[in-house]
Design a protein around this ligand. Structure first.
Ligand code: SF4
Length: 212
């Protein structure tokens, strides 16, 4: 069984598959409390659904891409088995995770999008840096930037851990309502940082609401 907040079909709004039609499986629960969290509705509630039912619902959309997200999906141990089954079924599977929980058990076929929490998130102490050694070229590391201090911190971490050589892409996103997007873009260019600037496509298209 899995506790699920929502299963829906939309365009992927972030990372290297941005713009691709994707089924999202949002698992309930998260042990973190980032101050900018836009999915607090997934902290609790949800409904218990069998693995088979989740797979049936995913299949009903006829999509190629599936993103397992949350909350923090790895907080539910059965998440690992779900991702295995989705891979076995032939989907291209990605995982969105906070970076605070161990990713060692994630199926190697899954593309991991892992956050490193910045000081501005209020959860920087939760970063599990040992995870970085487990990431590969198929994976991505994401920073949500709240202010100039976060940008400087993230730039330092990119270099400290040689992230651009370790993973496929490094993503910098402005924290919505806190960091001006154009200003962040200017900083990236001025710093000559080969990271991907991104804005959440689904919010630009449909606004900040569940199910998109
Ligand atoms: S890890 Fe993600 S879901 Fe959890 S509080 Fe932070 S932003 Fe929200």
């Amino acid at each position: 069984m899995l506790r699920i907040t929502e299963i829906f079909y939309s365009l992927q709004g972030e990372a290297k598959t941005s713009g691709l039609p994707t089924v999202f499986v949002r698992l309930t629960g998260c042990p973190l409390r980032c101050q900018y969290c836009d999915t607090a509705y997934a902290f609790s509630g949800g409904i218990q659904i069998s693995m088979a039912e989740v797979l049936d619902q995913v299949a009903s959309f006829g999509a190629r891409y599936v993103t397992v997200t949350g909350g923090e999906p790895l907080a539910q141990p059965n998440c690992l088995r779900l991702m295995e089954k989705l891979c076995d079924a032939g989907y291209q599977v990605s995982l969105e995770t906070s970076g605070a929980l161990d990713i060692a058990g994630v199926d190697p076929r899954v593309s991991i999008v892992m956050d490193l929490k910045t000081p501005g998130s209020a959860e920087v102490s939760r970063n599990m840096y040992a995870n970085l050694a487990l990431l590969e070229r198929k994976d991505q590391v994401k920073f949500v930037i709240c202010d100039r201090q976060d940008f400087s911190w993230a730039s330092f971490k990119v270099r400290e851990y040689d992230l651009l050589a370790r993973v496929g892409e490094v993503l910098f996103s402005p924290s919505v309502g806190q960091q001006d997007a154009a200003e962040l873009a200017d900083w990236i260019l001025a710093e000559r940082l080969p990271v991907r600037f991104q804005m959440q496509l689904h919010k630009i298209l449909w606004g900040d609401k569940p199910g998109v």
